[in-house]
Design a protein around this ligand. Structure first.
Ligand code: UDX
Ligand code: ADP
Length: 463
């Protein structure tokens, strides 16, 4: 039975996942390591509101397990040496250089991890891929680990993460399924069993699925591609609704009641974001292309093309509605995160919409309940569209939503934070320039009520 686990990478996946394993398995010592000292310090902070990842319910779990059997540290080598099982939860962003630029996953961090494990390990280890990885990464890790020449045996498992940010704790407590891929050899099966036994501490056995490594790796990409495809499909319909007078919310409700289709992931929006969807689909496209499967590649690429179109279309609509000029106008953004209940902004639609509007010299005034100003500026600077100096002139942030909206020509809702619905919209209206516009990129506000106050309201997929 495994008594000691180490997880390399203390991010959105590694942190919450290990916190839950530690809470549910008090007999296992769980050490989460990261190169980033500030991040580890934040995980160790006495003030639980300072944790680097915001996830409802995470603070309570950390409070319970931290210092008991959950530890956060920067001593990577020591943690590797001590652990019987090592989870790799480092980031695998899309490559920004060289072959596969803009499509393939950058496996630099994964390879560095594998080399570090190979260098440090003195006893046999089970290595678990937790990060989303392109199919056949396990074999690359395997090769690196097998050529250490020090006689240590490694087993590689794929155990993809299906948690969604904002609901990570619920997803971890009661996962639809846990997927574990491993070698079909007896040693591989033994390693699989060791990981099954860990999850079995709180997940019903019938929800733990075991497969070969490649099926497990590809299932993760497939799940995300299917989910993202639903969003792009409903978003495609939203544009048609705006032309025909159909209401996309009504259409979604009508088709969602068909049990073959189901009601989830049918919310029309300004576009999906997050660290997974785009990256995983690009990965899938890249893999398909590399096997010469061009139709397969084109099929999935269209999901991304639709998503880019939806973001761009939202910005264009704001510009044309505001009489084709937003130069010097203040446009308030409610929300910057890619969805509610997270402080994560990776690939958030807000970044791209802001960039388009700033290209027309609009002044963007952002309020987000959980995202820091430095993060917003770094997101916009990362696009490299204009100088950092210009970005700072055009993008300002507010810690009070009413101030963000004061003297604005328009409000754009980019994240579906619940609190936005409870604001005093009359007060917001009174502080704005007239006519006052609301562009609801998440369809969360009440059109009828806002129109009664005097707003000009436009949601996604309705006239
Ligand atoms: C996703 C997968 O759901 C998860 O299983 C995987 O492990 C990681 O990627 P996440 O990126 O955290 O999780 O968020 P998710 O809830 O899937 O939403 C992704 C994006 O799609 C968000 O920007 C969200 O706002 C958007 N979305 C989702 C819609 O626009 N409409 C919907 O109906 C659902
Ligand atoms: P995810 O959403 O996949 O969890 P994050 O970017 O939030 O991604 O977290 C990944 C973490 O992995 C980062 O905190 C990063 O510092 C860490 N990391 C990357 N490479 C290494 C490495 N070789 N050793 C330790 N930590 C690493």
């Amino acid at each position: 039975m495994i008594k000691s686990i180490c997880c390399i990478g203390a991010g959105y996946v590694g942190g919450p996942t290990m916190a839950v394993i530690a809470q549910k398995c008090p007999h296992i010592k769980v050490t989460v390591v990261d190169l980033n000292e500030a991040r580890i310090a934040a995980w160790n902070a006495a003030d639980l509101s300072k944790l680097p990842v915001y996830e409802p319910g995470l603070d309570a779990v950390v409070a319970e397990a931290r210092g008991r059997n959950l530890f956060f540290s920067t001593e990577v080598d020591r943690a590797i040496e001590e652990a019987e099982m090592i989870f790799i939860s480092v980031n695998t962003p899309t490559k920004t250089y060289g072959v596969g630029k803009g499509m393939a996953a950058d496996l630099k961090y994964i390879e560095l991890c594998a080399r570090q494990i190979a260098r440090v390990a003195k006893s046999d280890k089970i290595v678990v891929e937790k990060s989303t990885l392109p199919v056949r990464t396990a074999s690359a890790i395997n090769e690196i680990l097998d050529h250490t020449g020090n006689g240590v045996q490694f087993q590689i498992l794929s155990n993809p993460e299906f948690l969604a940010e904002g609901t990570a704790m619920e997803d971890l407590f009661a996962p639809d399924r846990v997927l574990i891929g491993g070698d079909t050899t007896p040693e591989g099966q033994k390693a699989i069993q060791a990981l099954v036994d860990i999850y079995a501490n709180w997940v019903p056995k019938e929800n733990i699925l075991t497969t070969n490594v490649w099926s497990s790796e590809l299932s993760k990409l497939t799940a995300n591609a299917f989910l993202a495809q639903r969003v792009s499909s409903i978003n495609a319909m939203s544009e048609l609704c705006e032309k025909t007078g159909a209401d996309v919310n009504e259409v979604a409700r009508a088709i969602g009641l068909d049990s073959r289709i189901g009601s989830k992931f049918l919310k029309a929006s300004v576009g999906f974001g997050g660290s997974c969807f785009q990256k995983d689909i690009l990965n899938l496209v890249y893999i398909a292309k590399s096997y010469g499967l061009h139709e397969v590649a084109d099929y999935w690429e269209q999901v991304i093309i639709m998503n880019d179109h939806q973001k761009r279309r939202f910005a264009k609509n704001i510009i044309s509605t505001l009489y084709n000029t937003v130069s010097g106008k203040k446009i308030a953004f409610l929300g910057w995160a890619f969805k509610k209940d997270t402080n994560d902004t990776r690939e958030s639609a807000a970044i791209y919409v802001a960039d388009d509007l700033m290209g027309e010299q609009a002044h963007i005034a952002v309020f987000d309940p959980k995202v820091e100003k430095v993060q917003m500026l770094s997101d916009i600077n990362y696009l490299n569209t204009r100088s950092e100096h210009d970005n700072e002139k055009l993008l300002s942030t507010f810690s009070d939503p009413y101030e963000a909206c004061h003297n604005a020509h328009a409000i754009a809702v980019l994240t579906e934070w619940d609190e936005f619905k409870t604001y005093d919209w009359q007060k917001i209206y009174d502080g704005m320039l007239k006519p006052a516009f609301v562009f609801d990129g998440r369809n969360i506000l009440n059109k009828h009520e806002l129109e009664k106050i005097g707003f000009v309201y436009q949601g996604i997929g309705m006239m």
